[in-house]
Every structure is written in C-alpha cells, then in structure tokens.
Design a protein around this ligand. Structure first.
Ligand SMILES: Cc1cc2nc3c(=O)[nH]c(=O)nc-3n(C[C@H](O)[C@H](O)[C@H](O)COP(=O)(O)OP(=O)(O)OC[C@H]3O[C@@H](n4cnc5c(N)ncnc54)[C@H](O)[C@@H]3O)c2cc1C
Length: 468
C-alpha cells in the first residue's frame, strides 16, 4: 500500500452516496464516478414540457432509519413525510372505498380492527388471514430453509387462496418485493411482513416523497458530497478494473483512476461485468439474481379526479395510484396521477397505446370523478431491471460487502442486507461497504455526529419527518 488513503466509489446511487460520505467523514480521499449526468441512481426525476416526473413512485416505512438518516444528512428530510398512522385507502370498481388503518393496540393486534372490517374478504377468510399473519411472526427470515420455498406456497398451506392473496397479501408483497407473493421467497416475504407490520406498531407507517426524487436525493447529494470534499465525476463510465501494486486502477471513457480501495456500487448485472476479470466466480453468482421490472404510468387529467393522496386498487389492473400534482408542478386545475405497476413483466411488453387503452378505462372505472374527465397527457416510464428478482434461492446469491480481494468492496441494494431491493437496503449496504473499505485502509469510521447515520431524529423513530 502506498500510504495514501484513496477510495474510488463506482456508482452514484444511494449505496454509492452513503459509502462516499462515510469514507470522506473518516478522512479518506474519496472520488465517486457515475455514468449518468446526475446522482440518485434508480431513484430519479426528469423534466418534460414543464412538469417534473419521478421515474417511479418510491415509498418507504417509518422503520427505514438508514434511509431517513441519510436524508437528514443530505438536508432533505423536509422533502418527505411519514404518515402519523398507517393508512392505506383501498379502491375497487365493485365496492365502496375502505381504509386499512392500524389501531393503537400493540402488534400484531394493531391490525386486527382493520382486518376485521376488511370487506374484500369474507368473515371466515378474515379469520384465516389473521391466523396466517400470526404464524408469520414465528418465522425467522434468516433461516436458510425459508429461502427454499415461495411465500405463496406457505400462504396456501395456511388457507390463503388466490383471491385472499390478490386482495390482501399482494397489496404489500407486490410493491415491496416486486414479485407476486406466489413467486416470492418466503424468507423475503416473512422479512417484509414482520419488519413492516408485525414487530413494531408504527414501523409500517408509510413515508412519501413530497418533493421530487431529484430534489430529495440527487441534487442535495451533489451538495453534500462537495461539502464533504468528495470529488465526483458525472458522465463517467467505469469499464475496467485491475489490481496494481498499490491497489487498483479503474479504467473509463477518458483515462482512469488509481486508488487503494474500490467500492463497486453498481446495479448487480453491471457489477458482475466489472468484477469478471478479478472475481469470475462471484460475477457468475451475482448474475444469478436476475431482475424484475417496474412500470409507471403518468396520467394528467384536466380536473381533480381523486381525493386520496395515494390508494391501492383491488379487482382492477391499477395496483397503486399516487397524486403527484404538487411535486410535479401540474398545470392549475389539473391532477397528475402516477400509476405504479410492480412485477410488470407483461406491461413491459405493451406499447404506450396499449397501456393507455388498458389503464385509462381502469382509472375511470375506479375513480368516479374521472369518468367525464379528459386525459391531457399520458406517458410511461419503464425500468426493466428495477430490482433483483426476489424469488427463492436468492439469499445465497447476495454477497457480503467484503470480497476475497483486499480493498475491493461491494455495495448495492442487491447485496446481503437482509432487505429486499429498497432505498433502505441500498443505504445500509453503502454504510457496510464503507466500513469494510475503511478497515482495509486502516482508517477508523467517524463517530456518528449530528449529521451521522445514527444521530438524527429520523433514526429515533419519532413521529413524522417534517412535511414539505
Ligand atoms: C421504478 C422503481 C420504483 C422503486 N420503488 C421503490 C420503493 O417504493 N421503495 C423502495 O424502498 N425502493 C424502491 N425501488 C428500489 C430502489 O430505488 C433501489 O433499490 C435503490 O435506489 C438502489 O440503489 P443502489 O445505490 O443500490 O443502486 P442504483 O441506484 O442502481 O445505483 C447504481 C448507479 O451506478 C451507475 N452505473 C451503472 N453502470 C456504471 C458504470 N459502468 N460506471 C459508473 N456508474 C455506473 C448507475 O447509473 C447508477 O446511478 C424502486 C426502484 C425503481 C427502479
């Protein structure tokens, strides 16, 4: 080792941002490279004809303390808002709207009232669902055996038929796992339900981005990295990684960078490509993770058609709908609804016209106020590899941050965080990777301070980040 303490972070998503800030706080000389001309990775915004759209609706939970602490560190927590109490309005073309709301009893009884009144299940189905939820609390998501079967098979064994899965379990499984419960790993399904709904009464209160993702993540991250002394190069693609006597050489479009430690914070398929030469076995393993798509539809109506800030749909192809008018700067009097479609393999193959032909009538069926409204704009965003595919067998494919090459470290929401691919998992992975890189450089991590990952009010679970 040359005695220098240089860290190169490759990838400017949440994992790379968190890792770079930690390394810089510990005294390393940090450079971050990112192929796109903005930070934020998979969570980004774009402008189209005066409106600001997010590529996909991103929600998080009150228990996502690593993500919320990072926002505090970036100074952008005022761009998010956490519900005072878990509430999911559920719309159906065949029934009156209902709200799944948690009560004040300790878990799991805080959800008993919501389930007892849930009209999309019969009384016997509600009892059966409550017993299945109770049984989930006894599962250990870290048990390797749980990753050998699907959540759907486990639910079926507990009397949850396709109807119950569709109107109840998939309301949570689809947006959090990005695969239907029928295909999901039981380990990840149990993790999500236990962590979000069954362990702490307020853990599953939902957090929303009041501002755009660019305002909340990418733009403040640029300022925070600059303030922390991190050099960053946007529009720079890393395409080769090799060892040198003193550390590593990373090659890119224009020249390269040398460093004593490298944190690879890329999407898993890209990471596999970069790691191929040094760690061929690991690269092959990581490719096995596969991917799952998310499609978002952006529909601007000529009037207000939906009173709810967000809602889930049952008995409709509309999975979740979000009112994004304010964040996007929709024209006065208009309402912009974003329809979020997880596990969207089928929708990825549909043209924009086909998506419009299916989803605009579905929205009009779901929202009485939309029936006479005119659609002013309709666009679709597609993320073909939004997350890794959270199916059985993935636990052994997710690597820890430390590799067998000293100083070469991995980060990303696909690494072994225990979480599915989420904002929270990405930030956690960044912190874990930084700790490994710093250890390789014999540097002590900085003690958490007022802006550190453990110290913010967000991390304490106190109610409500400040609404924007
Ligand atoms: C549409 C959509 C909706 C989602 N909804 C939610 C949600 O509601 N809640 C939630 O918690 N999570 C959600 N997620 C998942 C969440 O966004 C991701 O898990 C998280 O942002 C991943 O962060 P990351 O840093 O691990 O990876 P990424 O954000 O993918 O960052 C990797 C970075 O590496 C860059 N890069 C790639 N190749 C190179 C190269 N050769 N050289 C340099 N840079 C390179 C990429 O441009 C990217 O910026 C969603 C994702 C999508 C796509």
């Amino acid at each position: 080792m040359s005695g220098e303490r240089r860290v190169l972070v490759i990838g400017g998503g949440l994992a790379g941002i968190a890792a770079a800030l930690d390394c810089a706080a510990a005294g390393a000389r940090v450079t971050l490279v990112e192929v796109r001309r903005r930070l934020g990775g998979a969570a980004y915004s774009f402008e189209r004809d005066g409106m600001h759209f997010d590529n996909g609706q991103h929600v998080f939970l009150r228990c996502c303390s690593a993500y919320r602490s990072l926002l505090a560190r970036l100074g952008s927590e005022h761009h998010v808002s956490v519900q005072e109490r878990l509430e999911i309005p559920v719309l159906s073309p065949r029934a009156q709207p209902v709200v799944l709301r948690r009560g004040s009893l300790p878990p799991p009884f805080h959800l008993a009232g919501a389930l007892a009144r849930y009209p999309h299940l019969s009384p016997s189905e509600r009892l059966s669902a409550a017993l299945a939820a109770r049984a989930l609390t006894s599962l250990d998501p870290a048990d390797p055996a749980l990753d050998g079967q699907t959540f759907g098979a486990w639910l079926a064994e507990r009397g949850q038929d396709a109807h119950a899965v569709s109107v109840l379990w998939d309301l949570i499984a689809l947006p959090t796992l990005n695969v239907p419960a029928a295909e999901a790993s039981l380990a990840l399904g149990a993790f999500v339900f236990r962590t979000g709904l069954l362990t702490g009464a307020d853990a599953g209160d939902i957090g929303f981005h009041v501002g755009t993702l660019a305002e909340t993540i990418g733009e403040p991250a640029e300022r925070a990295l600059a303030d922390a002394g991190v050099q960053f190069r946007l529009g720079w693609r890393a395409h080769g990684l090799r060892r040198t006597g003193a550390g590593f050489e990373v090659e890119g479009g224009e020249g390269g960078f040398s460093s004593e430690a490298v944190i690879v914070a890329l999407p898993h398929a890209r990471a596999a490509g970069l790691l191929e030469a040094l760690l061929p076995q690991l690269a092959q393993t990581v490719r096995g993770l596969g991917s799952s798509p998310i499609v978002n539809l952006h529909v601007v109506f000529d009037r207000v058609v939906c009173e709810e800030p967000f809602a889930a749909g049952v008995d409709t192809p509309v999975q979740y709908v979000f009112d994004r008018s304010a964040a996007a700067g929709a024209p006065p009097g208009c309402q912009y609804l974003a329809v979020s479609l997880s596990a969207a393999d089928e929708q990825m193959r549909m043209s924009v016209d086909e998506l419009r032909a299916r989803y605009v009538p579905a929205l009009k069926e779901l929202l009485p106020g939309a029936r006479d409204a005119t659609v002013e704009r309709f666009l679709a965003t597609r993320e073909h590899a939004a997350t890794f595919r959270a199916v059985p067998g993935t636990a052994v494919l997710r690597p820890r941050p430390r590799t067998s090459v000293p100083g070469l470290v991995l980060a990303g929401s696909w690494t072994d965080t225990g979480w599915p691919a989420t904002l929270e998992g990405a930030v956690m992975s960044g912190h874990a990777a930084a700790a490994e890189a710093l250890a390789a450089l014999a540097l002590e991590p900085a003690a958490p301070n007022a802006h550190g990952p453990q110290a913010s009010t967000a991390a304490t679970g106190e109610p409500g980040a400040v609404p924007g």
